[in-house]
Design a protein around this ligand. Structure first.
Ligand code: NAD
Length: 301
């Protein structure tokens, strides 16, 4: 697809599970995209998907109007900003940081970008690889009104729901709060099914009640942890993710960091962090996080 004249030139760094399909959606929306990744296999996959790849991160951002980063963790973002990206970009470049990183790392990245004469927003996502491929991600954005308005058309090319959560760092704050709720509710639903089993309650009967009652939540109606009631849930395919335990454990580590920094009395969040850290230390790392029900049933939590 040829780029539409007048649209911003985008450097897309980090072409992994999420980044590559996001970059492909930008190209399909008519943007000129230059990609870069440190890993040769990711570069080959990007080229095969029609993304031109630069020789280095610095090369990709030179002359770009917008730089999007989709890295594993905050340390990669801050290191890359410091090492080369901020110095190589033209003054006034908009940096969109979409990796899931700690709130204070997002604020550090923002301050570094501003000090180097650039603009920066945090725009983490939810929706996983399927959402990235289908262009249906949810973006949680921490940005000034002006930077949000500049980024919005690009985010719309990659996502369906885009929420401006407030100033710098508050996109990551919303993400960490949402995933803390998700972890706690998935554990609660799993405990209820195991308790029901021990009381002689059929899975379907419990589902029929809870899915229409006040206990209703995503963890039962979409990610039901037992096979049967929701045929598309990971429980029906031996907990193939879905959302892997390793990613949930990572996000809860960021939640714990935020809980401690703000001295918040979040006992359920702290407990969920411990439970998923243990889950992800074993086979749970590669299983959907709803597989926690197996550990609860086997008294391993
Ligand atoms: P991934 O490991 O598949 O991809 C990250 C890529 O970044 C890798 O290919 C790595 O080589 C590259 N990279 C690291 N440093 C780089 C640098 N300096 N320059 C260029 N490339 C660099 O990870 P992913 O699954 O795509 O996740 C990316 C981010 O999105 C993570 O922060 C993750 O927590 C978040 N996230 C992932 C999911 C998911 O379902 N995978 C869902 C929501 C959010």
């Amino acid at each position: 697809m040829t780029a539409t004249p007048g649209t911003p030139v985008i450097a897309f760094l980090g072409l992994g599970h999420m980044g590559l399909p996001m970059a492909v959606n930008l190209v399909q929306a008519g943007h000129e995209v230059r990609g870069f990744d440190l890993v040769p296999a990711a570069i080959l996959a990007a080229e095969a998907a029609g993304i031109p790849v630069a020789a280095s991160g610095a090369d990709a951002v030179t002359d770009a109007d917008v730089v999007i980063t989709m890295f594993p963790a905050g340390k990669h973002v801050i290191e890359a900003y410091r090492a080369e990206l901020l110095a190589a970009a033209r003054p006034g470049t908009l940096f969109i940081e979409s990796s899931t990183i700690a709130v204070d790392e997002a604020r550090t990245a923002h301050e570094l970008a501003i000090a180097a004469g650039h603009r920066n927003i945090d725009a983490p996502v939810s929706g996983g690889v399927v959402g990235a491929e289908n262009g249906t991600l949810a973006f949680m954005v921490g940005a000034s009104d002006e930077d949000f308005a500049t980024a919005l058309p690009l985010l719309k090319a990659m996502g369906k729901r885009i929420v401006h959560c407030g100033g710098p760092g508050l996109g990551q704050a919303a993400k960490v709060c949402n995933n803390m709720i998700l972890a706690v509710s998935q554990i609660a639903v799993a405990e209820a099914f195991v308790l029901g089993e021990r009381l002689g309650l059929e899975h379907q009967a419990l589902y029929d009640v809870v899915s229409q009652a006040s206990g209703q939540c995503w963890s039962i109606t979409t990610n039901c942890p037992v096979p049967g009631p929701v045929p598309t849930s990971p429980a029906n395919r031996d907990y193939l993710p879905g959302f892997a335990g390793a990613l949930m454990a990572k996000d809860l580590g960021l939640a714990l960091q935020a809980i401690e920094q703000t001295s918040t009395d979040a006992q359920m969040g702290r407990l969920a962090q411990r439970i998923y850290a243990a889950f992800a230390a074993g086979e749970g790392a590669g299983r959907d996080f709803s597989g926690i029900i197996t550990d609860i049933r086997d008294d391993r939590v």
